[in-house]
Design a protein. Structure first.
Length: 187
């Protein structure tokens, strides 16, 4: 399988890339390195025994995404790209909505154009806000309390809308967010 991992040079993304590559999959990483490091690519290569292809680009850049999708026929996309600091999101909400929501919209456009319908989206427990119990149950009420959590919930809702739409991506999209309640398989 060939997999595009957005944000693949970050902590969770790089560990995912190692696991995918060790399982025999081909990995292409797209990352703008705004909260990760290029050195992660070398570490992935040392651990996995081979080097993933790397594109230094922002997930919001539809032109860059189109180039990557033109060069490769992906079987699946794992979407980790995004800003991730709760405190910073309160100070810079516009940047969080722009990066996290707009980035996902650009990725979905590129996926639609390329006919790729398998997406794993990394959401966050922040979509639940201040949970009344831990561990948080998947049916707990949603109620983010900061822009980061709101941006993740917005993306979950956008992906849900795409799954139920009659557009090409919606007809084939399989979304698996980090919480079972948000998993959806289009028939």
């Amino acid at each position: 399988m060939k997999v595009l991992v957005t944000g693949g040079a970050g902590y969770i993304g790089s560990h995912t890339c190692v696991e995918l590559m060790q399982a025999g999959h081909d990995v292409v990483i797209l990352d703008n390195l705004c909260n990760s490091y290029a050195a992660a690519i070398g570490r992935i290569a040392r651990i996995a025994g081979r080097t993933p292809e790397f594109t230094n680009a922002d997930v919001r850049d539809l032109g860059a995404l189109r180039k990557v999708f033109t060069r490769h026929r992906f079987d699946a996309i794992i979407h980790f790209a995004g800003l991730k600091a709760v405190g910073e999101s309160v100070e810079k909400p516009i940047e969080y909505y722009d990066n996290n929501v707009q980035g996902t919209l650009a990725l979905c456009r590129a996926m639609t154009e390329a006919g790729v319908g398998v997406l794993v989206f990394s959401s966050s427990a922040t979509v639940y806000g201040s949970a009344s119990s831990v561990p948080i149950r998947e049916d707990a009420p949603l109620g983010p309390t900061n822009p980061y959590g709101h941006s993740k919930l917005m993306v979950e809702r956008i992906l849900g809308d795409l799954v139920t739409s009659d557009r090409p991506l919606g007809a084939s999209l399989c979304c698996d967010t980090s919480t079972p309640r948000a998993r959806t398989q289009a028939d």
